[in-house]
Ligand binder design. Structure first.
Ligand code: PLP
Length: 398
């Protein structure tokens, strides 16, 4: 790519086969959003009017009554929770994160308290709320939730993610039914989900999305839902939301990304991605100690990934050493390694520029050939890898 800016500022030309990761710059922003952002940047606008236009686009795509754009989905969690606590009381909005009287408890299933790069419960607590965990990591029953609702309960948060425990918990319909029976609004964190309608259809009062994940928009968050709750969240821009503000370019860019999403050739993209997966699978299939399986997305997004399973005794390398070798190489290739201690990682095809799939295939082949030819098994103890996980960031910026 001749127009690659990265070399000129001394950045490594990373290839992302890990998915939409904040640490790598999230996603490839669609041309429509890039054009929208540059067209509005030189102009003044009345921001609340621009957000009113965003509300109409969000409403049309999600089926919500209203919506707005904020800094991120994480900001959306804090703002939606804050709105549920303060209502439209402008003084209460200024007082956050202090809350009096204390109607600030927010229910969340223990199995949903994950990290998306920061803890879910912190986004809740930032709004002055108290996160009340219900159930255990792998079990929430109706009685847990019913008994946790008190006169102090302000909202309930439901997280949709491949990170959450995927069995033994309340599903969204049950969660909504129990919350609504006691007048508690339900906020759904659907940051990384394709389906912009289903959570509101299932009764969520607010659904939150990242603008910069599958939508391919600028870094932003989309808040969609019941008009009054959305307005109360929007009003937080005069309070805790100030530090989470978006500019005109992100609002307009997110609008353009949403409209482009409506027109996107989803089938064509899926076919292209399937082609990448098949290419990688063919290349891996008859290698010793390597198993490659095409697997559907765990939260049912229309996306498959390739699971690459290593038998270190035969492949002569562990899954994490292979992942690290790819990341160190030229060009650096970042795989999806959340579960790598189980000797597998995933290749995610959704953030590749055409042609990069071939580089991924040849780098994989190169590292596997090298390991196989080596007399010893490349096996860094996983604890050592874990121990050094934060070394680089703790040394930042040097
Ligand atoms: C990515 C993600 C977030 C955070 O989204 P941002 O828009 O990056 O703040 C929150 N929740 C889940 C489930 C996510 O996957």
């Amino acid at each position: 790519m001749s127009d690659d800016i990265r070399a000129s500022i001394g950045l490594r030309p990373v290839i992302n086969v890990s998915g939409t990761m904040t640490s790598l710059g999230a996603s490839i922003v669609v041309p429509e959003a890039i054009a929208a952002m540059s067209s509005i940047l030189p102009q003044f606008v009345e921001i609340n009017d621009l957000q009113r236009k965003a509300s109409a686009v969000i409403a049309r795509l999600t089926g919500a009554e209203a919506g707005f754009v904020t800094a991120s989905c994480s900001a959306g969690i804090s703002l939606a929770v804050a709105g549920a606590i303060t209502g439209n009381n402008l003084l209460a909005i200024e007082k956050l994160p202090n809350v009096t009287p204390e109607k600030n408890e927010v229910l969340v299933q223990t199995g949903h308290v994950v990290s998306y790069g920061a803890p879910v419960d912190q986004a809740i607590r930032l709004a002055g709320a108290k996160a009340v965990l219900i159930g255990q990591a792998t079990s929430t029953h109706r009685f847990h939730m019913e008994n946790a609702i008190t006169e102090r309960t302000a909202a309930a948060v439901y997280v949709v993610s491949h990170h959450v425990v995927d069995y033994g918990l309340l599903n969204l319909k049950e969660f909504v039914e129990i919350a609504h029976a006691k007048g508690v609004p339900v906020i759904v964190d659907a940051a990384s989900e394709y389906d912009l309608r289903v959570f509101l259809e299932q009764g969520a009062d607010i659904a939150l999305y990242s603008g910069h994940k599958f939508l391919g928009g600028p870094t932003s968050g989309i808040v969609a839902g019941k008009k009054e709750l959305v307005r109360n969240a929007f009003l937080q821009n005069m309070g805790i939301g100030r530090g989470m503000k978006v500019g005109k370019e992100s609002i307009f860019g997110a609008m353009a990304a949403l409209e482009a999403w409506e027109m996107r050739d989803h089938t064509g993209i899926r076919e292209r991605e399937t082609g990448y997966l098949n290419l990688w699978k063919r290349m891996l299939d008859d290698r010793p100690g390597v198993t490659a399986l095409i697997e559907p997305d765990p939260t049912k997004n229309p996306l498959d990934r390739l699971r690459v399973i290593l038998k270190p005794e035969e492949a002569h390398i562990t899954a994490w050493d292979l992942a690290d070798a790819l990341a160190r190489g030229t060009p650096p290739i970042i795989v999806r390694d959340h579960e790598v201690e189980h000797q597998y990682f995933y290749l995610d095809p959704c953030n590749l520029h055409p042609g990069q799939e071939k580089i991924v295939a040849s780098r994989l082949a190169e590292e596997l050939d090298k390991a196989h030819a080596s007399n010893e098994i490349i096996a860094t103890p996983i604890e050592i890898r874990g121990k050094h996980r934060f070394d680089a960031v703790l040394r930042w910026p040097d």
